[in-house]
Design a protein around this ligand. Structure first.
Ligand SMILES: Nc1nc2c(c(=O)[nH]1)N[C@H]1C(S)=C(S)[C@@H](COP(=O)(O)OP(=O)(O)OC[C@H]3O[C@@H](n4cnc5c(=O)[nH]c(N)nc54)[C@H](O)[C@@H]3O)O[C@H]1N2
Ligand SMILES: Nc1nc2c(c(=O)[nH]1)N[C@H]1C(S)=C(S)[C@@H](COP(=O)(O)OP(=O)(O)OC[C@H]3O[C@@H](n4cnc5c(=O)[nH]c(N)nc54)[C@H](O)[C@@H]3O)O[C@H]1N2
Ligand SMILES: [Mo]
Length: 806
């Protein structure tokens, strides 16, 4: 979230689109109710299904799955053609006036630079036109035909209300009504917030859907404002913490990135990640990259990391490709992977195309599962009749199960969607032989290190030199780990303005990442978390809910990364002169000498208004990007592409380019996509409040509340197919089938799309063959093996099925 949960209360308009917060985030959803009660906020839900969120909305609009870029592109077109944007904000705080390179083109669904053979783009023409002074060119009058605003107008002129209705199936009047309500927040003293989750991310164009919403928010001047922002509602209680700590294959902690295999030169690696400013006098935050990186390496490798050995740069793995979860299973299937560790992860249930997953797991030599429960993954080799029809004697994989605690059985911090690190305390002792995850990992590490010491082996250096200074080597305490993430001084640190004054003594915890150095005198395991465990103690354990501003930002409750900042990009909540756009939403302001306010300024604290410094300091040009330059795989402006399995079989905007031309598909998976002639219905998978994924079916009470697998269809489709409520139905895709009970509902309606009727089939995802609930099929028996071109998040939300009475 750019903002945070409590801040939703400050919004005038709330859009839940691509999510179902009432069901999947029932606790946080209370802030929507508060906004309605105290702020008379208008609450809008846009979803293929009339959800529990929709049931309390002021306005509900249906939409066909996978078409949100068209809807939001239509909103952009409405805002630009009616002029209902926050003009001063757009001109000063976005790249609207910057001029784009002459070589940039968009034609017939493709941007310039497309390489069909590799399904990827040469992105070099998606750039600014540079002036002789080395800075990007700008036209403050917004007249230049190639300034971003004019290219954007041209790009979205195709997204007319007629096109929106034709592609999304949303009735025209409803669409226009939503445009009008959103446009009402283009004035400085009204804001809208977008709350989204998987209904946006789980598409082959997921990242671009989110970007389209960000464009709407920038045009409306809603980023940086209390009650505004783009708010990703995260899933597992600590999934935000997972990405913050770099547990994706291409990341290091704090969103630093692993080198690629060609990046053998340390200086070149650092140089590439420390971009030069694109506008005069712009401060670029990533100029701090070397400080973060060197401090990370000092944290990991201590005295072994020296300037002379480039802080052990050669010890970092170098990536040939990204090892996302789909690639991992692709490699398993090709027999290129020997062993696999699953910690708190049940991929057989969670990843698309079950048949492909079973094939992969069956080819492993060994599989280690670290989990409190007997999951489907750990039991993939068991025969469960129609629900898991495998032949155990043919599977040679050795499966090792290590029983772990669950989060409630240990101390630690959870980072919520609003970026708050909140400390929690153990609620119960672990049962039986279960051990905490840290203890299990420590055990594996210490044993491996011992083996390397005794027997040697290829490349032992990083293992033998890893810092491991815990009181109990076999079981690091969560507080010890948290202190490492915060970071400490390795030498006395002095005040840059007065070198005789020591501000942090050698060995002490740092106050925040502002104190990090690139000379080896600081260690820090994750710069974003610096400030969370200082000499004053555990900031994550703070529980003071005082709210002096009345805007709900409670600065002494837990710790919010970065730097305890509650609203990101908050410099943009003030006009260029440093005065808050809205006197009732004063977040920060310029007091004549410095930036101050009720939040930690997201800006250089002493940089006065008018000195050329722009508010989005994470970008080298300092402004919000309407045009993304080379950052996205499929283009600098979001464009509508159909799901890989489309119920209309064409793309009405450009029939020659139907689906995302830059999405990765493995060779054998092309043949596994279904056509609308065989599988005519649009399917989508989702959650129910009563279950959490695939593990609450192991608890009796949850199993009683939702005992049995079902799918949802409209009354119209039921009639067409002769299906009655409660009938057993068979749902088939090109990858397999499931059987479930039919729920026939008014909450799903057929939509008129591009001259045909599109029916949706709704598939809750919680069932499987382990646990105490009635055994069922894994929903991911049906889903296709393709993901978002940038994040590789699978397309779980839009695929094709057929349905018949079983
Ligand atoms: N009770 C419970 N809560 C949970 C979870 C759980 O399993 N159970 N899981 C947690 C996790 S890990 C996550 S990631 C979150 C997920 O939170 P959500 O994303 O809110 O959950 P979903 O139910 O997967 O999907 C949300 C909605 O997206 C809609 N949708 C599908 N396709 C589209 C589309 O193309 N456009 C639009 N506009 N909407 C679409 C679906 O109809 C559905 O109502 O929930 C978390 N909370
Ligand atoms: N079709 C379809 N598929 C989906 C989705 C969808 O919307 N549609 N959503 C996707 C999403 S967003 C998600 S997040 C995934 C979820 O997929 P998973 O994360 O694989 O699902 P969970 O059942 O939450 O699995 C977590 C496992 O962690 C274990 N666990 C709990 N606490 C601890 C602990 O402290 N330590 C350890 N070691 N284990 C613990 C649980 O017992 C459980 O088995 O599913 C994805 N798959
Ligand atoms: Mo998730």
């Amino acid at each position: 979230m750019t903002n945070h949960w409590v801040d939703i209360r400050n919004a005038n308009v709330i859009i839940v689109m691509g999510g179902n917060a009432a069901e999947a985030h029932p606790c946080g959803f209370k802030w929507v109710t508060e906004a309605k009660a105290h702020n008379h906020a208008k609450f809008i839900v846009i979803d293929p299904r009339f959800t529990r969120s929709a049931s309390v909305a002021d306005l509900y609009a249906p939409i066909r799955t996978g078409t949100d870029i068209t809807f939001l592109g239509g909103v952009i077109n409405y805002l630009l053609t009616t002029g209902k944007i926050q003009h001063e904000y757009v001109k000063a705080y976005t790249n609207a006036p910057l001029i784009v390179n002459e070589g940039y083109r968009f034609e017939d669904g493709l941007f310039s630079g497309y390489d069909a053979a590799n399904r990827s783009y040469d992105r070099s023409s998606w750039a600014y036109e540079m002036g002789p002074d080395g800075y990007a060119k700008i036209d403050e009058t917004l007249q230049h035909p190639r300034c971003v605003l004019n290219l954007m107008k041209q790009h979205y002129s195709r997204y007319t209300p007629e096109m929106v209705t034709n592609i999304c199936g949303t009735p025209r009047e409803l669409f226009l009504k939503i445009c009008e309500i959103l446009a009402g927040t283009s004035v400085p003293n009204r804001t809208a917030t977008f709350m989204y989750a998987l209904g946006w991310t789980q598409h082959s164009v997921g990242s671009q859907i989110i970007r389209t919403a960000a464009l709407v928010q920038l045009l409306l001047g809603n980023i940086g404002m209390a009650g505004g922002g783009i708010n990703a509602l995260r899933g597992h209680s600590n999934i935000q913490g997972l990405t913050d700590l770099g547990l994706l294959s291409n990341l290091l902690p704090g969103y630093l990135t692993l080198p690629g295999e060609k990046e053998t030169d340390y200086q070149a690696y650092i140089g590439k990640r420390t971009p030069k400013p694109l506008r005069p006098n712009q401060f670029n935050y990533w100029s701090n990259y070397p400080k973060f990186h060197v401090s990370l390496m000092k944290s990991w490798f201590g005295d072994s990391a020296t300037k002379e050995n480039n802080w052990c740069y050669d010890w970092l793995p170098k990536l040939d490709v990204e090892y996302d979860i789909m690639r991992q299973f692709e490699l398993m299937g090709q027999g290129k992977m020997n062993g696999y560790f699953c910690q708190g992860f049940n991929p057989l249930a969670a990843i698309p195309n079950k048949a492909k997953l079973i094939k992969g797991l069956s080819q492993l030599k060994y599989l280690v599962v670290i989990d409190p429960l007997a999951t489907e993954t750990s039991c993939f080799w068991e025969n469960h009749g129609e629900h898991n029809d495998v032949a155990p004697p043919k599977i040679a994989t050795e499966v090792i199960r290590l029983p772990s605690t669950c989060f409630a059985e240990e101390d630690g911090s959870l980072t919520n969607s609003g970026r708050w690190l909140q400390w929690h305390w153990k609620g119960a002792e672990p049962p039986g032989d279960a051990k905490g995850d840290a203890e299990i990992m420590a055990g594996i590490f210490l044993t491996l290190r011992e083996l390397y010491k005794k027997e040697g082996g290829a490349f032992p250096d990083p293992l033998l030199n890893l810092t491991w200074n815990y009181k109990m080597a076999h079981s690091p305490h969560p507080e010890e780990l948290a202190r490492e993430y915060n970071g400490k001084a390795l030498a006395d640190l002095t005040d840059p303005k007065d070198p005789t004054r020591v501000i942090v003594q050698k060995g002490q915890q740092l106050d925040g990442y502002g104190q990090l150095k690139d000379d080896g005198t600081t260690a820090c395991g994750c710069w974003l978390f610096s400030g969370s465990f200082t000499e004053k103690g555990n900031m994550m354990a703070r529980r003071d809910n005082a709210d002096p501003s009345g805007l709900g930002n409670t600065p002494n409750w837990a710790f919010s990364w970065p730097a305890n900042r509650r609203i990101m990009y908050n410099r943009a909540s003030c006009d260029p002169a440093g005065k808050p756009w809205d006197p009732n939403r004063r977040v920060i302001w310029w007091d004549g000498a410095k930036w101050t306010g009720i939040d930690v300024p997201d800006f250089k604290p002493d940089s006065p208004p008018g000195d050329g410094m722009n508010p989005f300091i994470m970008q080298p040009e300092g402004v919000g990007r309407l045009f993304a330059l080379d950052k996205m795989a499929e283009g600098p402006f979001p464009e509508h592409y159909e799901p890989f399995e489309t119920p209309i079989g064409t793309n009405p905007l450009h029939p020659k380019v139907i689906s995302n031309p830059a999405a990765r598909v493995f060779k054998d998976d092309w043949a596994m996509f279904g056509k609308n002639t065989d599988y005519p219905y649009a399917a989508t998978t989702y959650r129910l409040t009563e279950h959490f994924h695939f593990w609450t079916k192991h608890t009796r009470l949850a199993a009683i509340m939702q005992p049995e697998q079902f799918v949802e269809i409209s009354e119209e489709l039921a009639r067409e197919k002769g299906i009655r409520a409660g009938d057993w139905v068979k749902v088939r895709s090109a990858r397999g089938f499931i059987k479930a009970k039919a729920v026939v509902t008014k909450r799903i309606k057929p939509l008129q799309v591009n001259g045909t009727t599109v029916h949706h089939v709704g598939i809750p995802l919680h069932w499987g063959f382990k646990g105490v609930a009635k055994s069922g099929y894994l929903a991911n028996t049906l889903t296709p093996f393709v993901g978002d071109a940038n994040s590789q998040t699978p397309e779980f939300k839009s695929f094709l099925v057929n349905i018949e009475k079983a």
